[in-house]
Ligand binder design. Structure first.
Ligand SMILES: *Cc1c(COP(=O)(O)O)cnc(C)c1O
Length: 355
């Protein structure tokens, strides 16, 4: 048994893999694979419709918010968002909470002006900035709701009078928040939703159509909305697997139910980090992520030995990002609490023999 703590691509429910693999061989006893039917058939149309409807339902989106499945990763949205929302003499506000936010800022500068209204840089991104002001005349304010690399997370979503944009790649569908408070949400699928290659995009249609530039057809959100997220051939398999994961999440009881499970996993692991003499957390307690738990050893010379020790127990994917070092355990929706229990037990055992 492997306990999969990978940061992304990452764990998905076992039954989703089972259903997906059956659909690749013979979809609904049609004698055809889900991969060899036209995207405009009623068969695939039903998949796209259900996937979009499940997002609306699970996030409780209002009628102004449209749901799209778009090609590419979250990195595509770093440029597609400003292309659709920001004219070249206008300013967008961004929060700098680490690598992904910095990449988003870099792309936005290609389309307009950027004001970085807060940064966690001085603390090596171990905190989420608290005291800052967002200019009222900025076109939108962009945050990264969960910082996958550092293990920090916005526990309170900032209130703004201007449109709020969120990169939710690594905490989408993991906790109850007011999704309608965001005018645009994007997330690469491969952390909590499905395979790589597709983005979920949620957008309040009222913020679109305001920029003067000509937008290439495939980049203009309005065209995708008009065509029901079927402007061209969508990444059919990735969308299909997202639909299966969303069905799984709904059957589990939705976002509120999975949040309870996620909270229990995070509490268990952070409690061990805080009480075990060998380990220490890297992020300010109030800003800790419930999705990506980052920690180091007080004696870093023991880290390799601990990594090898956990490997023997079937624990996979806990090596930290090179920018932070140490360990990162990603506790995405599909990870069972039993895997966290195995990791916690390994930490306890290691402390006994190396304390
Ligand atoms: C993984 C990640 C990205 C990059 O996603 P790609 O799909 O590889 O482009 C962007 N933002 C966050 C928060 C991420 O975790």
């Amino acid at each position: 048994m492997v306990h999969n703590f990978n940061a992304g691509p990452s764990i998905l429910p076992k039954e989703v893999f089972q259903q997906a693999s059956e659909a690749v061989l013979n979809y609904q006893n049609s004698g055809l694979s889900i991969l060899e039917i036209g995207h405009r058939t009623s068969t695939f149309q039903a998949v796209m419709d259900e996937a979009r409807a499940l997002v609306k339902e699970l996030m409780q989106l209002d009628a102004d918010h449209e749901v799209l499945f778009l090609h590419g990763g979250a990195s595509t949205q770093f440029m597609q968002v400003p292309m659709n929302l920001l004219d070249d003499k206008e300013t967008a506000a961004y929060a700098d909470t680490g690598v992904w936010g910095i990449k988003a800022i870099k792309e936005a500068k290609l389309f307009g002006k950027v004001e970085v209204v807060c940064t966690g840089k001085e603390s090596n991104y171990t905190i989420i900035p608290k005291d800052f002001a967002v200019p009222n005349d900025a076109k939108y304010f962009h945050i990264t709701t969960n910082n996958t690399i550092y293990g920090s997370q916005w526990q309170k979503i900032p209130k703004t009078s201007i449109p709020l944009v969120g990169d939710m790649s690594s905490d989408i569908f993991s906790r109850v928040i007011d999704f309608n408070a965001f005018d645009l949400i994007y997330a690469g699928a491969q952390k909590n939703m499905g395979p790589a290659g597709v983005n979920l995009l949620v957008v309040n249609k009222n913020i679109l159509g305001k920029v003067k530039r000509a937008i290439p057809t495939i980049m203009d959100y309005r065209n995708h909305i008009k065509e029901g997220s079927m402007l061209n051939t969508p990444p059919v398999f990735a969308v299909f697997v997202c639909m299966l994961t969303l069905r799984w999440l709904k059957a589990l009881g939705g976002i509120a139910a999975v949040e309870k499970l996620n909270d229990a996993k995070a509490v268990l692991l952070y409690q061990e980090i805080d009480s075990n003499p060998l380990f220490t957390g890297t992020v300010a307690k109030e800003d800790r992520s419930k999705m990506n738990v980052c920690f180091v050893m007080k004696d870093t010379s023991l880290e390799e030995a601990f990594l090898n020790f956990t490997k023997e127990k079937g624990i996979a994917g806990i090596k930290g990002h090179r920018l932070v070092g140490g360990f990162r355990a990603s506790l995405y929706n599909a990870l069972p609490i039993s895997s966290v229990e195995v990791l916690v037990q390994a930490m306890k055992e290691f402390a006994v023999t190396n304390g």
